[in-house]
Design a protein around this ligand. Structure first.
Ligand code: NIG
Ligand code: FE
Length: 406
C-alpha cells in the first residue's frame, strides 16, 4: 500500500527553502513523515498522484512557504517593565547613566526575583505568543534577571515551560554574567566564581542550559571574566554566545570567537580584526536592530566588512525590557534593512538559516531539506520579500511545527 508513504503533503506551494539564498521552487510540494521533511520538489516530480502518497493533502493554492522563523536572541522571561526609563532616556539620560545609578538591568532583577513562578510565567508567555503568531518555531530565551541560583533556576524553568505549552522549540541560554547583583557590589570576580562554580553546575545537572552568554562591556564584565565563563562553558560542553561591542569596542567578539562561540551579538563597535576573527571561527554575527533603534544608537555595525569576510549574519528581536521591548521578528526584518542596510534576502536568511546556525542548530532547522524538522510557515504573500517590506501586517496563514499544523 502506497497511501501511507507520507503523513501529510502540502501541494501547489511557492517554496523558499533558504538552502542557498532564497532557493525558490515554483509549483512545489513538501511532504512530512513523523515530524520530519520526507520529500520536497516540483509537484510535477512527485512519484505519484498526491492522494496516493499521503494520508492528508493540503492545497495551499500558490501561497508562499518558508522555513519556520527563528528568534535566536531574546530575554523575554522577565517581570515588570521599564517605561519610566524610556521616558528618562527621551529627556536625555543615557542607558549607561541609568545603569550606573542602579536602574536598568538591576530594576528588572528586583522585579524578577520578587515574582512568583506563576507571575513570571504569565507575564512572559504573552511575549512568546506574539512571536509564535508571526511564524516563530524556534526561540532562544536567556536567563540573566535572577543573578542568584534560585532566581536563575526560576527563569529557566519558566522558559522551558513556555516551550512545553506553545508550538515552539525553546533553547535555553544561561546569562548569569549579565550584571553584578547588589549583594556582590565591587566583587565581580567573586560573582563570576559563583556563576561558574555554583550556579552553572546546578543548571547543567537539571538540563536547563544549552548555551552560556556574558555581557562583556564597561558597565558589565571584562575580558578576563569573560574568559573564565567561556572556559567553564567548554568544560560543561555548552555552546558559547556573547553580548559584545554593543556600547564600546572591548575585543570581546574576538575572544568569544577564539573559544568557538556559535554567535556574538550586537556588534555596533566591532572592529575589522573582530570581523576577521568571526570569519575564521565561523561564528555568526547576530544583529539586533530593535536595540539599536530603541537606544537611538548612531554607530552602525560594520555590515560591509561582515559581507566582505563572508560572516553569516542573523537578525533577532533581543526582546527585553530595557533596550528592545520588541515582540515582532517581522518588524526586525524591516529594520535590519532600513537601519542596517541589509538586503531583504540577507534579512530573511538572518531569521532562518543563519539564525539556526547562531544556535548551533543548522543540522536540524533553519532551512527546508529532507531529513530536517518539518517546521514551516504558509504566508499570504506573493514573495517573502513582502514580509520584509510591510510594517505591522501579519500575513501568516498557518504554521507547521514538527509536521503538525496549528
Ligand atoms: O541585549 N546588553 C545587555 N542586555 C540586554 C539589555 C538588558 C536590559 O537592559 O534589561 C541587551 O541589550
Ligand atoms: Fe540581548
Amino acid at each position: 500500500m502506497q497511501s501511507n508513504l507520507w503523513d501529510d503533503l502540502w501541494i501547489n506551494c511557492q517554496l523558499f527553502t533558504m538552502e542557498h539564498d532564497l532557493s525558490f521552487i515554483k509549483n512545489a510540494a513538501i511532504a512530512v513523515k513523523e515530524g520530519k521533511i520526507a520529500w520536497l520538489g516540483a509537484v510535477s516530480d512527485l512519484p505519484g498522484s498526491p492522494e496516493s502518497l499521503a494520508a492528508i493533502i493540503h492545497d495551499v493554492k500558490e501561497k508562499c512557504i518558508t522555513p519556520g522563523l527563528i528568534d535566536c536572541h531574546t530575554h523575554l522571561v522577565y517581570a515588570g517593565n521599564r517605561y519610566h526609563e524610556f521616558a528618562l532616556r527621551l529627556q536625555g539620560a543615557s542607558y549607561e547613566t541609568i545603569a550606573q545609578a542602579g536602574g536598568g538591568i538591576q530594576f528588572t532583577v528586583a522585579k524578577t526575583r520578587a515574582a512568583s513562578d506563576e507571575e513570571l510565567f504569565f507575564q512572559s508567555i504573552k511575549r512568546a505568543e506574539a512571536l509564535v503568531k508571526e511564524g516563530v518555531t524556534t526561540l532562544e530565551i536567556k536567563s540573566g534577571y535572577g543573578l542568584d541560583l534560585a532566581s536563575e533556576l526560576k527563569m529557566l524553568r519558566v522558559a522551558k515551560r513556555i516551550g512545553e505549552v506553545l508550538p515552539v522549540d525553546v533553547t535555553l541560554t544561561f546569562l548569569g554574567a549579565h550584571a553584578l547583583p547588589p549583594e556582590y557590589k565591587n566583587k565581580p570576580d567573586e560573582y563570576i566564581e559563583l556563576v561558574c562554580h555554583e550556579i552553572l553546575p546546578v543548571l547543567a545537572a537539571e538540563n536547563l542550559v544549552d548555551a552560556v552568554d556574558i555581557f562583556c562591556e564597561r558597565i558589565a564584565f571584562d575580558l578576563a571574566q569573560a574568559e573564565r565563563v567561556f572556559k567553564t562553558a567548554k568544560e560543561f560542553n555548552l555552546k558559547i554566545k556573547c553580548h559584545a561591542e554593543q556600547l564600546s569596542d572591548s575585543g570581546a567578539a574576538q575572544l568569544a570567537a577564539q573559544y568557538g562561540a556559535v554567535s556574538v551579538d550586537h556588534l555596533e563597535f566591532l572592529s575589522e580584526d573582530g570581523v576577521m576573527a568571526l570569519a575564521k571561527a565561523n561564528t555568526v554575527a547576530v544583529l539586533l536592530p530593535g536595540a539599536f533603534y530603541f537606544l537611538r544608537e548612531e554607530k552602525l555595525p560594520p555590515i560591509d566588512l561582515l559581507r566582505q569576510y563572508k560572516v553569516p549574519m542573523a537578525i533577532a528581536t533581543d526582546c527585553n525590557p530595557g533596550t528592545s521591548p520588541v515582540t515582532s521578528l517581522l518588524l526586525m526584518l524591516n529594520m535590519a534593512c532600513t537601519l542596517f542596510k541589509l538586503t531583504p534576502e540577507e534579512a530573511l536568511l538572518g531569521v532562518t538559516k543563519h539564525a539556526a546556525q547562531a544556535l548551533g542548530l543548522e543540522k536540524t532547522c533553519g532551512t527546508l531539506a529532507v531529513g530536517k524538522v518539518a517546521d514551516f510557515v504558509v504566508w499570504d504573500v506573493e514573495h517573502p520579500m513582502e514580509l520584509v517590506y510591510n510594517i505591522g501586517l501579519n500575513p501568516m496563514i498557518s504554521v507547521i511545527k514538527n509536521g503538525k499544523q496549528s
